[in-house]
Design a binder for this molecule. Structure first.
Ligand SMILES: Cc1ncc(COP(=O)(O)O)c(C=O)c1O
Length: 368
């Protein structure tokens, strides 16, 4: 549907978001696990009022995120960061009801400042579902969490729970189940003394064919066997397939392939795809006209991908890049000064409203 909003813009579709929210709500109800939105993946707070009814709160990776979670989402607010600075910690604690330290060193350093709230520690089980070194929390020499049980045991009186995030884009329930078994084997003695365990994010349980019932049963068994409150930290699973990046064709070229240049940039607006060397998606990707869809930044490899279209593309045509919510808006940047996509919401009744537009002043003020 055409709207009066100038492209480029991210378009969050509430009816699609609702599908994920309903699945999350079901998993919470059926398993007893709590679900916290991982703000690192998605922090577009205009839809928090909508998401709040289906989730228990937020989790964070920094002072800014924990503050946003507290102020804009509310409910339970978990603080986690790879490392906190001395000047941040009091403010972090003021926004959180739980703080999870990444290391024993940080836990001890901030023992007195954090004594008024629930504390936990990140554990690293040394196994992960990631095939990408860059995103593998269990990569060799990983800084993400403690792994040595004999070092954790002596500080157990300072904490009541753990966070273990080792899944990554994991669509395979069998693999999740096996890795959870390895975690139980490795950290069983610690889990027995914990009151709560967050299993992190990276589990694609809102995906189309995910065996939700088996997932629910496994979470329940884990909670029951160890006597813990389970938390999940869905980022991508919360917002998957809810959002498009709406762009317009600015130019056409032929250099052995048909190319179009659009008024956006994969580097500036969907950076994660570039980092992980993945193609964007369009839907339907079918038809007799194949084009390479390119961004307008100067980066030679600023390419969204090659797609099949029903009709020949011409200047002024609109393209919807699919699945543009996770790790996109939180990573957007001003490279080349490319116009920052606005943010728009399609309401449940189909109407579209713009909730944020960016101007030259925003670009200018992003530097000095
Ligand atoms: C600690 C932690 N929790 C939650 C998440 C969210 O993961 P995802 O967006 O894949 O669900 C991440 C992602 O890196 C994470 O590091």
């Amino acid at each position: 549907m055409a709207s009066g909003i100038q492209t480029p813009y991210y378009l969050i579709d509430k009816s699609k978001l609702l599908r994920n929210m309903e699945k999350i709500a079901h998993v919470r109800e059926a398993s007893g696990a709590k679900a916290l939105l991982a703000l690192k993946c998605f922090a577009t707070w205009s839809v928090f009022d909508f998401m709040r009814d289906y989730m228990d709160g937020t989790t964070s990776s920094s002072l800014n995120e924990v503050r946003l979670g507290h102020e804009r989402f509310g409910k339970e607010t978990h603080a986690y960061s790879v490392a906190y600075a001395d000047y941040e910690i009091d403010e972090v604690v003021s926004h959180a009801d739980k703080i999870i330290f990444n290391s024993i060193g940080q836990l001890q350093r901030f023992e007195s400042q954090s004594s008024g709230i629930v504390r936990g520690l990140r554990l690293n089980p040394g196994v992960s579902s990631s095939s990408f070194d860059l995103a593998d929390p269990a990569r060799p020499f990983s800084r993400l969490g403690e792994w040595d049980v004999s070092k954790v045991e002596p500080i157990m009186d300072m904490i009541t729970g753990f966070m273990i995030h080792n899944n990554c884009e994991n669509k395979d329930f069998g693999l999740f189940d096996r890795m959870l078994g390895q975690i139980e084997e490795r950290f069983g003695s610690l889990l027995a003394r914990a009151e709560w365990v967050s299993l992190g994010g990276g589990i694609h349980f809102t995906g189309e064919d995910y065996p939700i019932d088996s997932f629910v049963e496994r979470l329940k068994r884990f909670a029951g066997d160890h006597g813990v409150q389970v938390y999940l930290e869905p980022g991508e699973a919360s917002i998957t397939k809810s959002t498009t990046l709406e762009v317009t064709v600015l130019d056409r070229l032929y250099n052995g392939k048909d190319l179009v240049v659009v008024d956006s940039s994969i580097e500036a607006h969907m950076l994660d795809l570039l980092i992980y060397r993945e193609s964007a998606k369009i839907s339907p990707d079918q038809g007799p006209h194949r084009y390479m869809v390119c961004g307008k930044s100067c980066l030679a490899g600023d390419v969204f991908g090659e797609f099949d279209f029903r009709n020949e593309l011409k200047v002024g045509d609109r393209i919807s890049i699919q699945d543009a919510a996770g790790y996109t808006m939180v990573k957007k940047n001003w490279f080349n000064g490319v116009k920052m996509p606005a943010i728009a919401i399609r309401e449940l009744d189909g109407s579209i409203r713009s909730v944020r537009e960016f101007s030259y002043a925003d670009y200018e003020q992003s530097l000095s």
